[in-house]
Design a protein around this ligand. Structure first.
Ligand SMILES: [Fe+2]
Length: 259
């Protein structure tokens, strides 16, 4: 089975309008025919653009996707259409779900040729900072200052509660999953070499690393990563922003011969 994976495409940073999308797909993503393409969130700020991208990518493979923090943002244009970030998300979900071979994951488990895929956005929970002795209030104050998530998602979320609800959705199906994908990493990663900032890039998911889980694909951090935690291989393939790109162009592929 050939599985592609990519995150953090941030489409609206790459194209000025939809007239440029075919060139973007060819030159930047360069998709190959595969069984599944996993898109691990942060597709872009505009539903209309995102849906066209997914529709075009669905010609190459089944698309398994979840959302990231930016897929909840309401920039001025989207704010004219949606008063609430979750209405934007619902609209996106209903549009992509109508495309043949496209599956939106929000804690869902889908089996393809004997391989079980589990996907959810996942959300950071500040636990890295808390583990190092910072108070919840201190973490929250920093989040308000540092993260646009505190200003661009309406109504304002509480990251700790939001993270908990995502984690419970994963927990419900984790014992059946072979491959998991989330936007946010479930183990601590060093994305910015800064303890506070890095606390906004992971959640405590060590208790989800069941022995049946072989791969965990994630995003959010724009640095590509590939490492093991226990027997789980953690991999990311972020595209990132064109002006400060640390990710790689192109989609990464795994060729699995039985799990
Ligand atoms: Fe993100």
């Amino acid at each position: 089975m050939k599985i592609g994976f990519k995150s953090d495409i941030h489409l609206d940073f790459w194209i000025k309008d939809l007239s440029e999308i075919d060139e973007f797909i060819k030159d930047v993503l360069n998709p190959q025919v595969s069984d599944v393409l996993i898109l691990a969130g942060d597709i872009g700020h505009y539903n209309e653009q995102n849906v066209v991208l997914i529709e075009k990518l669905s010609k190459y493979s089944k698309i398994f996707l979840t959302y990231g923090n930016h897929d909840l943002y309401l920039l001025p244009d989207e704010k004219l259409k949606y008063s609430n970030s979750f209405k934007r998300l619902d609209d996106f979900k209903s549009m992509v779900s109508k495309i043949e071979g496209v599956y939106f994951f929000d804690g869902d488990l889908i089996e393809i040729d004997g391989v079980n895929f589990l996907g959810s956005a996942g959300w950071y929970d500040f636990s890295l900072g808390l583990k190092h002795g910072y108070s919840l209030n201190y973490m929250r104050e920093n989040w308000e200052i540092i993260m646009n998530d505190s200003r661009m998602i309406f109504p304002k979320i509480d990251p700790v509660n939001f993270s908990f609800s995502h984690k419970e959705k994963l927990r419900a199906n984790i014992q059946k999953a072979d491959i998991v994908f989330t936007h946010v990493a479930p183990v601590y990663i060093s994305c910015h070499n800064d303890l506070i900032l890095d606390s906004f890039y992971s959640f405590y998911g060590y208790d989800l690393l069941e022995e049946n889980v072989k791969y965990w694909i994630f995003g959010h951090c724009h640095k590509p990563m590939d490492f093991y935690e226990d027997i789980v291989r953690f991999i990311s393939s972020p595209l990132g922003y064109p002006h400060i790109r640390t990710g790689k162009k192109g989609i990464n592929y795994l060729n699995l011969k039985g799990l």
